[in-house]
Design a protein around this ligand. Structure first.
Ligand code: SF4
Length: 362
């Protein structure tokens, strides 16, 4: 199945391009007070190391905008100021060198104030995200998911028109609900009504066990339809976890690759060893190799026995299937040597490293 991406405008956030045929960008948000500069910087760096490409920070007061001036010179990743209620903070954030502003139409709607923000964003050459959330819609709560999606779209479109009237077209749009169907419906609708890049996300999804499922369904469905130019997975968890899940969604849909893919079986009574531990160890080692530097296409199969092992490993570049006393290695569909159980992880690891070393020479 080929994904046909919706045609959108291209906008620039710091050094990152959003929209058009540019890769779908990963973003997340820090979860500490922005005015606590060292903590904020440490989360930004951790996010960057884990592949995040744009970071949003909460801006609640002038201490936070003051912190932007201190944080910006110490990081290269584009930063977005998340502004609610107090429009003047947007001006301050722009003045301190922020790369993008997120406005919530639900709480900043005075046209004179919007005009001032637009004027400042335009002269700084930075974009604005119109970030609608169901939680802050200025309409009566609607039980119908369809109507709620319509409200969100109308809200966003009205705001877009206001900015366009002011001669501003450097926009990104998001329509987040905590309900999957409302989110999908809203994005589908707005995708037909404007050509601005879309920032996808489901809001308030809860703990990872729920949030990962909700985000994967909603974002997966939209991405398959070619909708979405940047994604943020919201979880009641660390920002790094959000980025890891966002990467897994894009990699799972074959939209982007961030390193080797590990195919491993679910394990059953036929498995003779600690396959789960082995796969976790491999994943940890692969993450440390910083494979993302060259977007490896390596496919590694780790299977618990010969029932499915050889079959799955046939599609993998390298793999092992555990046996009763030893394991069998596979390479590009060919069965290789048998290795003792205790050596199989290291043998597989040596092959992965060799592939890595060859690829970084290219
Ligand atoms: S590959 Fe073998 S061990 Fe793994 S789940 Fe299938 S049958 Fe069980």
């Amino acid at each position: 199945m080929k994904i046909i991406r919706r045609k959108s405008k291209v906008i620039k956030v710091g050094g990152i391009y959003l929209g058009g045929s540019y890769p779908i960008v990963l973003q997340s948000m820090t979860k500490v007070k922005t005015s606590e500069i060292e903590k904020t910087l440490s989360q930004i760096r951790e996010l960057e190391e884990n592949g995040c490409e744009i970071v949003r920070i909460a801006v609640r007061d002038s201490q936070d905008t003051w912190a932007i001036a201190k944080i910006k010179p110490k990081t290269k990743i584009p930063l977005v100021a998340d502004i609610h209620f107090n429009w003047k903070l947007a001006l301050e954030a722009i003045d301190k060198g922020i790369d993008k502003i997120r406005l919530n139409p639900g709480n900043i709607y005075n046209k004179k104030q919007i005009y001032e923000i637009v004027k400042a964003a335009k002269s700084a050459g930075i974009p604005i995200r119109i970030g609608v959330n169901t939680g802050s819609l200025r309409v009566k709560k609607d039980r119908s998911k369809l109507r709620e999606a319509q409200h969100m779209v109308k809200f966003a479109m009205d705001y877009i028109r206001v900015l366009e009237k002011f001669g501003f077209y450097d926009m990104v749009v998001s329509l987040k609900a905590s309900d999957i169907l409302t989110t999908i419906e809203a994005y589908r609708k707005i995708a037909r009504l404007c050509d601005y890049p879309l920032h996808l996300g489901v809001t308030a999804t809860g703990l990872p066990k729920y949030g990962i499922v909700k985000s994967s369904i909603a974002l997966g469905c939209l991405l398959l339809e070619g909708i979405g130019d940047t994604i943020r997975v919201s979880l009641t968890d660390s920002p790094v976890q959000e980025v890891k899940v966002a990467k897994a969604i894009l990699a799972g849909l074959n939209i982007r690759r961030f390193g080797p893919e590990i195919i491993s079986c679910p394990v059953c009574g036929r498995c003779q060893g600690d396959l789960i531990g082995m796969v976790r160890e491999l994943e940890k080692r692969i993450a440390n190799l910083n494979f993302k530097a060259y977007a490896s296409l390596l496919k590694i199969a780790v299977m618990g026995c010969a029932v499915n092992g050889p079959g799955e490993a046939r599609n993998a570049d390298i793999g092992i299937a555990l046996g009763q006393r030893d394991a069998v290695l596979f390479e590009k569909g060919k069965i290789g040597k048998r290795v003792a159980f205790k050596d199989c992880l290291e043998t597989l690891w040596r092959k992965i490293r060799k592939n890595y070393e060859q690829s970084i020479k290219v």
